[in-house]
Ligand binder design. Structure first.
Ligand code: NDP
Length: 451
């Protein structure tokens, strides 16, 4: 450590620069602060990383691309959205991270997600760097033809920045099978190549089995390890899952397969509570086929009630909470309510769903807490396996990919536990995940010189 006032002052000086350079980007600042605070615990032992200004380099994306996305709606009116791709860090592999289509998207959201992705991808043990992209386009309420025209326009600019060894996007909020299909089709047409440039592709055209399920299944595999640590299994546990999209549905599915009772799911309007256990067939039909709201579930099951109280899902008593919707959906008050109601474990399926204050409540209250970068890394891990299969021109079976996913989640858990121990913070997987991910990327950056 060569900062005159020590590691805390060094961390603060890094944060001051981040805040002054990105003053409007609250989510990005929040994500950086968590990593910088964790890393400051070990930075004393690594003066070479301070001299190499690794933290200062890490918080600056390697490249940020913003572009106009004009398209025509079904009425013939021209619409204009904004597109983003942040290529954050390529120290350990090509940029990798999803695309988010949601009206709340702006540069700060994409940068927070891209920054998180660097460390998450490092934890997976696969060779992928960190990136993220998206648009403020809202696919909700749009026809398939409108979504297709938007995706084609989006890819008409983005394609020049991608490549199977350069940058490989995938899905995120608002980008599922349909959108990946349209994006891939346009990339293929523009470049006249059939390559593994996107992951989450259909199983018949280069996709990997288990990719659809991977984030939710991986989350449940990860949480299984810390439940075991407490002498518990999923059998008979009451589980609350927020969201009702890709991650939520598959987390609920795996938890149910392992014997848990999932009693609640939500969307941005409200949540459904079904004390008899959520029937996932209904949810899949409503959300994946009919593209309807979660409210419809209560209309179809008399055992269920629907409630529109904001954040109300966290008042449902549960043993395990799996936030799988969006950032900052659990604040301090919600965390206290969960704790008071007996919640023993929280696994983050969404990215940064708990505020820093909520995380402090969980850690201080003895709740086993799986942070997003570790707990939801199963999605990108299977994306990396999809890239491997594409390169090899091979398709692995469902069982083979699922077994690799389980192995990767175990390895991520083990890394987090052992690094937390080494940092003198046993059981603190936030510090474990941040420091383990950081050290891998930092060492690669040092080896590659000042670039
Ligand atoms: P989907 O678009 O499939 O689903 C998102 C779900 O979250 C929807 O039910 C949506 O409801 C709900 N939601 C979105 N915004 C809000 C909000 N402000 N308040 C309450 N609910 C909200 O996205 P995914 O399931 O793919 O992604 C969910 C989370 O998981 C995100 O944080 C994403 O970054 C993260 N993630 C996803 C991965 C993946 O592989 N897909 C990988 C790793 C992390 P509504 O329909 O009303 O908008």
């Amino acid at each position: 450590m060569n900062h005159p006032k020590g590691s805390a002052a060094y961390a603060e000086s890094v944060m001051e620069t981040v805040i002054s350079r990105n003053p409007q980007e609250g989510e990005f600042i929040q994500a950086v602060r968590e990593v910088v605070d964790s890393v400051s615990i070990v930075i004393d032992k690594h003066p070479e990383l301070v001299r190499g200004r690794i933290l200062e380099r890490l918080v600056e994306p390697e490249r940020q691309i913003m572009f106009r996305v004009p398209w025509t709606d079904d009425k013939g009116a021209v619409q204009v959205n904004r597109g983003f791709r942040v290529q954050f860090n390529s120290a350990i592999g090509p940029y990798k991270g999803g695309l988010r289509f949601h009206p709340s998207v702006y540069l700060g959201i994409i940068k927070f997600l891209g920054f998180e992705q660097i460390f998450k991808n490092a934890l997976t043990t696969t060779p992928i760097g960190g990136g993220k992209g998206g648009s403020d386009f809202d696919p909700k309420g749009k026809s398939d033809a409108e979504v297709m025209r938007f995706c084609q326009s989006f890819m008409s600019e983005l394609f020049r920045h991608l490549g199977p060894d350069v940058d490989v996007p995938a899905g995120d909020i608002g980008v599922g099978d349909r959108e990946i299909g349209y994006l891939f089709g346009q990339y293929k047409k523009l470049t006249n190549t059939f390559s593994g440039v996107l992951t989450g592709k259909g199983a018949d055209w280069g996709g990997s089995l288990v990719r659809t399920e991977a984030t939710g299944y991986g989350l449940v595999y990860f949480v299984s390890h810390f439940l075991a640590e407490r002498g518990m299994s999923w059998e008979g546990l009451k589980v609350v899952v927020s969201g009702s999209g890709n991650v939520a549905i598959h987390a609920a599915e795996k938890a149910q397969q392992l014997g848990a009772k999932v009693v609640a799911l939500s969307d941005s309007n409200g949540y459904v509570l079904d004390e008899e256990g959520i029937k996932l067939d209904t949810v899949k039909r409503l959300k994946e086929v009919q593209r309807k709201r979660i409210k419809e579930y209560a209309a179809q099951h008399s055992s269920a009630v629907y409630d529109e109280t904001r954040g109300g899902i966290w008042t449902v008593p549960c043993d395990v909470a799996l936030p799988c919707a969006t950032q900052n959906e659990i604040d301090e008050a919600a965390a206290r309510t969960l704790l008071k109601n007996g919640c023993k474990a929280v696994g983050e399926g969404a990215n940064m769903p708990s505020t820093p204050e909520a995380i402090a409540v969980f850690l201080d209250g003895g709740v086993s807490f799986g942070p997003a970068k570790a707990a939801n890394a199963g999605g990108v891990a299977v994306s990396a396996l999809e890239m491997t299969q594409n390169s090899m021109r091979l398709n692995w079976t469902f069982e083979e990919v699922d077994s690799r996913l389980q192995g990767i989640m175990k390895s991520i858990y083990d890394q987090c536990v052992s690094v937390a121990d080494e940092c003198g913070r046993p059981g603190n997987l936030v510090i474990g995940a941040n420091v383990a991910g950081f050290m891998k990327v930092a060492n690669a950056m040092m080896a590659q010189g000042v670039v």
